[in-house]
Design a binder for this molecule. Structure first.
Ligand code: CO8
Length: 378
């Protein structure tokens, strides 16, 4: 089997950020307006009054303090409560492609490669802004990559499943170098009028370059990671859903079709699935959990990540053992674990192991055992 590495990553972060305080203020303004407008119906028992949100709840229940978004003003406008993306002409670059170009350009620079060196582009994300043509094909052309390109969606696990697809293409010899890009515009799929989830998501884009170790070795990279093992799992669940799509385009309340979840059930059911998966990926390489320096986990909920790490490591993790980015980025779906890996890996010494792990809707989960093979020791 070929030795395959992640040779570089890239990150695009939108310039707009929304604090919990700002989000809660606008939500509570919306609630006040709604309850005033519907006063009579509420008093007659025909409608339920809406309850306000709270910063304290959000931080305690999730660990999220702020989120980056592509368009802030309309999300915070109590009359709108949704981002307003100016429609783009077919001749203009799509939003997802634009984010992809930014993240991919940084990854290519970090990998000391140019776009022509890439012969497969995978756009892996939990939502795409259109059905076709594939965003990946647009991105391939915008960057100037060769080969072929396609989109794929495994919700929050899109990035790890995309990396596995890249790994397989390299092992099979169908591709030499693969760019996996995760443009997540979660604000477009979030119902900001829903108290249970209005605080959960943010927008971002990550990019990863995957190639053979021999190819990466030929360049003077400071840091790259060998993919030692992969484990993927899926198990059908209705507990995280987004029903928005072309079969319900005439819906009266399209916002009601957007993201919804049974958060408690997800919390309880996904944790054991992830703990088993990480144990399996580590043991399949004849390693044990004390050999693992860092867990770059999906970023949905800080309590969930701490519990997963505690079950695996026997104690609450240090920030190096399980880095958290959701405090500033919120849940960015498939990009979350990649942001954690992108920002928090300098402490790793050559030879040390870490696990990058995604989990979420489907259910789906993906775990990759990575070994640092070159770079400045931490
Ligand atoms: N403010 C104040 N109170 C609130 C609020 C709020 N905003 N929301 C709920 N409450 C109240 C509830 O009404 C409830 O009150 P009561 O006890 O009186 O009934 C109380 O607070 C507790 O509510 P919950 O039980 O819902 O609260 P939890 O402690 O379970 O926390 C979480 C909710 C944070 C959602 C938590 O359950 C969680 O994070 N679970 C894990 C979820 C998870 O990991 N999901 C995976 C995410 S899916 C994904 O990552 C990608 C999906 C695809 C991307 C889609 C793009 C949009």
């Amino acid at each position: 089997m070929n030795s395959v590495v992640i040779s570089a990553t890239g990150l695009f972060t939108p310039s707009d950020s929304i604090s919990n305080q700002e989000l809660v203020e606008s939500f509570n303004q919306y609630v006040e307006n709604y309850n005033k407008t519907n006063k009579e119906a509420i008093e007659a028992g025909d409608k339920l009054a809406l309850a306000p949100s709270s910063v304290a709840f959000i931080e305690k229940a999730s660990g999220i303090k702020s989120r980056f978004v592509l368009e802030k003003d309309n999300i915070l406008d109590a009359q709108q409560m949704a981002p307003n993306f100016t429609p783009r002409d077919d001749s203009e670059m799509s939003q997802m492609c634009e984010m992809g170009v930014a993240a991919a350009t940084q990854a290519l620079e970090n990998a000391q490669l140019s776009a022509e060196d890439i012969d497969l582009v995978i756009v892996a994300a939990s939502n795409t802004e259109r059905a076709y043509p594939a965003i990946a094909v647009e991105l391939q052309t915008a960057l100037g990559c060769g080969g072929y390109a396609f989109d794929m969606n495994v919700a929050c696990s899109s990035a790890t499943f995309g990396m596995k697809t890249a790994y397989d293409a390299i092992c099979a010899g169908t591709s030499r170098r693969v760019l996996v890009v995760n443009p997540e515009i979660c604000s477009g799929h979030l119902n900001f009028k829903d108290r249970d989830c209005h605080f959960i998501f943010g927008d971002v884009c990550t990019a990863t370059i995957i190639e053979s170790k021999a190819d990466a070795e030929a360049r003077n990279l400071t840091d790259y990671y060998q993919i030692s093992q992969f484990k993927l799992i899926t198990q059908f669940s209705n507990n995280i859903r987004n029903n928005f799509g072309f079969l319900n385009r005439e819906a009266d309340e399209p916002q009601d079709l957007l993201f919804k979840q049974q958060g408690r059930k997800v919390f309880k059911e996904v944790i054991p699935m992830v703990v088993n998966l990480i144990q399996e990926v580590v043991e399949s390489d004849a390693k044990s959990l004390p050999d693992i320096r860092t867990l770059w986990l999906h970023q949905a909920n800080i309590n969930m990540n701490q519990l997963i790490a505690k079950k695996l490591l026997g104690q609450l993790p240090s920030p190096e053992q399980a880095p958290i980015v959701l405090d500033r980025y919120a849940n960015t779906s498939s990009a979350g674990s990649v942001i954690a890996f992108h920002k928090h890996r300098d402490h790793m010494a050559v030879g040390e192991y870490g696990v990058l792990c995604s989990f979420g809707a489907g259910y789906s989960a993906g775990a990759i055992l990575l070994q640092k093979v070159k770079g400045v020791s931490g």
